[in-house]
Design a protein around this ligand. Structure first.
Ligand code: BTN
Length: 324
């Protein structure tokens, strides 16, 4: 998308964000384009997952008001000593990919947030549905000098940090499904994708991606598992800038601690949040399936699965409730 198109769509959204009607003519004048160009921009925004109504004689209106991400508001809500760079973007392929492609290695804590992702990715090669303004899509960079052996359980620590941020904002009873899905009322609320680069024996550069559902549109959404968002699960309204700032703060504190002490200080916390504790589950690793009882995690964040009376650690795979 060229600079002018991006700018026109950003301005258009800023106008529509109040949830009121705006005529095509007025919008065209404000953007310096024709009414038919406005209509094309509206169509493009609808394709990104926004609910925009068009009513003859009245113009365009968003189904509900939208609070856009604002760099200044995120900064204003961070703890005063936050020093890393925060980059707020409009529509990109994936915030993880954006960090991966930076030409210079960023400093620890560098954050990128986007309003929408056109190629958001989840774990196990899945797509992360990323409609415009409906969620938080963010990635943070962190390099661990201790290398691969220093990052065991990292994604679990990230899950705990996100739950802690939500708890501080009054979202009670979040849980964690091993290794790092965040659940609320029995459904997936948020997911974490940690992508790692580094040579054996050298520092490990981690891109920590977080997708948190805030208020997903009812239609156009196909997600292959039970999901929820903060609006549906709590009935409340959430300021994404405030939420993002709280997650950034909590995550930074947690990564500093993880770098020094690993997962150990937070294992007890993880156990309290464990969605599958002592439940009969199926663990799927590639095309293998193993049944057993979840017995928590070990010091490296591996899943402890009891099978035929023996408890063994597993580092990969996905768990689901055992049928029958
Ligand atoms: C999962 O499958 O549960 C992990 C989902 C991670 C999604 C986030 S959204 C921000 C970041 N950018 C991506 O492309 N993916 C992660």
């Amino acid at each position: 998308m060229n600079y002018q198109t991006n700018l026109s769509r950003t301005v258009l959204l800023q106008r529509l964000a109040d949830g009121n009607f705006h005529s095509g003519e007025t919008l065209g004048q404000e953007l310096g384009v024709s009414r038919s160009a406005v209509s094309k921009h509206v169509k493009a925004l609808t394709d990104l997952g926004l609910d925009i109504f068009s009513v003859t004689g009245k113009g365009y209106r968003l189904a509900k008001p939208l609070s856009l991400l604002k760099h200044s508001e995120i900064i204003a809500n961070l703890t005063p000593n936050y020093s890393a760079q925060i980059n707020v973007l409009n529509v990109i392929d994936s915030t993880n990919q954006y960090l991966k492609e930076l030409s210079l290695k960023p400093s620890n804590g560098y954050v990128c947030l986007a309003e929408a992702q056109t190629a958001g990715r989840g774990r196990h090669g899945r797509t992360w549905v990323s409609p415009y303004g409906a969620s938080i899509y963010m990635s943070m960079f962190w390099s661990f000098p201790g290398g691969y052996q220093a990052i065991g359980g990292l994604s679990l620590a990230v899950g705990i940090a996100v739950v802690n941020a939500l708890t501080k904002l009054g979202v009670a009873d979040c849980q964690l499904k091993w290794p790092n899905d965040i659940y609320l009322k029995g459904k997936k609320l948020a997911g974490i994708l940690v992508e790692v680069e580094g040579q054996m024996g050298a520092a490990c550069d981690c891109i920590i991606g977080i997708g948190l559902n805030i208020d997903l549109p009812e239609h156009q959404i196909t997600i292959d598992q039970p999901w929820t968002d903060l609006a549906k699960a709590t009935g409340g309204e959430f300021d994404r800038n405030f939420l993002a700032a709280n997650i950034i703060d909590e995550l930074t504190t947690s990564l500093r601690q993880f770098e020094q002490q690993g997962l150990l200080p937070v294992i007890a916390e993880w156990k309290k949040l464990d969605f599958f504790a002592d439940q009969a589950v199926t663990l799927t690793i590639g095309n293998k399936k193993l049944t057993g009882i979840c017995r928590g995690i070990d010091k490296d964040g591996a899943l402890l699965l009891e099978h035929n009376g023996e408890v063994r650690p597993f580092h990969g795979g996905e768990i689901s409730v055992r049928a029958g």
